[in-house]
Write a protein of this length. Structure first.
Length: 331
């Protein structure tokens, strides 16, 4: 499935309104914020339809899993091009088996959980809380909307900084090449970033850079560390390939529209995360070009030289550019 899908769920005194645009959306939050009520409304509508006094408006079917947890595979197999909601009461959503089952699925999934889904590469931009707006005075409705829980945070620091990157592939190679005054280290995997942060002296400013498209399960741990140290910044682009694509150093047909509306191009049945899509797009578009050929494991010199390096650097937030640019002339 592709595209952005607007969902409106209404009952007598309640209204939820939100958009779903990726294969996995996670809804978090404390008790009594309306998470379980959302699933209950969809379940009730599925059983009784509008006779239950509930209206569900969406251009694709919306269903909520209920019943025997042992039947979840059967339920998944029964639906195509639908939005399926799961509550955290079902243990199977935390398993590798579930992650494999929703990989390459034509459905979108909304998973309500306060615990991380360690086997699913979901985006930090698709982790939401539920916020209530309006007043609860009958006959007015309570309007519930989704809001992002993890906005980007980039520090403005003039001191020497430690750059913590999730691996030693192309992104690390690029950042490591920019400024000798910036210590660039790898956590050897996105799951280890929080643990690696704990090993770095609290007196040293740290900037964390990771692929936001697949960092959803780990961002809460990094945020918890951030509460204990004031000199921690974070930058979570979709991926390093996304940064390169935005820089304009590679000419790709319809690229501006792809970057503006990726959900219209990325098929959930093919790509488990947007990070994989942007990697494939960059690799496939340059595979026959010896000069520009992109290799995730070893970054081509084309992306490290002169104006190309500056163009890529200029995609980064200005605070991060200031830390990394050194003596380079960056516009």
């Amino acid at each position: 499935m592709k595209g952005k899908h607007r969902v409106i769920i209404e009952a007598e005194r309640l209204k939820y309104e939100f958009e779903i645009k990726r294969n996995v959306t996670v809804v978090q939050g404390d008790s009594a914020t309306g998470k379980t009520t959302l699933v209950d409304l969809i379940q009730t509508y599925g059983r009784y339809g509008q006779e239950a006094g509930i209206m569900v408006t969406s251009d694709v079917p919306c269903v909520a899993f209920s019943g025997d947890a042992g039947l979840w595979k059967t339920v998944l197999d029964a639906y195509r091009d639908s939005i399926i909601f799961f509550d955290e009461d079902y243990y199977f959503i935390f398993t590798t088996e579930f992650a494999e089952a929703i990989r390459n699925s034509s459905n979108y999934y909304v998973i309500i959980t306060r615990q991380p889904l360690n086997y699913i590469p979901y985006s930090i931009n698709e982790i939401y809380g539920i916020r209530t707006t309006g007043k609860y005075h009958f006959p007015e409705k309570v309007y519930h909307e989704f809001y992002p829980l993890f906005p980007e945070q980039v520090m403005n620091c003039t001191e020497k900084v430690v750059l913590l990157v999730e691996d030693k592939k192309s992104g690390y190679q690029f950042y490591q090449s920019l400024n000798d005054d910036v210590e660039c280290i790898s956590s050897e995997g996105n799951a280890s970033i929080a643990m690696q942060l704990e090993k770095i002296s609290k007196n040293k400013p740290v900037m964390v850079i990771a692929d936001g498209a697949a960092f959803g399960a780990y961002v809460a741990k990094v945020m918890a560390v951030a509460k204990r140290r004031s000199n921690l910044g974070m930058y979570f682009p979709e991926s390093f390939e996304w940064v390169i694509l935005r820089s304009g150093v590679v000419d790709i047909r319809n690229l501006d529209d792809i970057l503006a509306h990726p959900e219209e191009y990325i098929d959930s049945g093919v790509y488990f995360s947007w990070e994989r899509y942007f990697t494939d797009l960059l690799e496939s578009s340059t595979k026959d070009d010896r000069i520009r050929r992109y290799d995730k494991s070893k970054l081509n010199e084309y992306y490290l030289e002169g104006k190309n390096r500056v163009a890529i650097l200029n995609v980064l937030p200005k605070e991060l550019r200031g830390l990394l640019s050194g003596p380079m002339n960056v516009v």
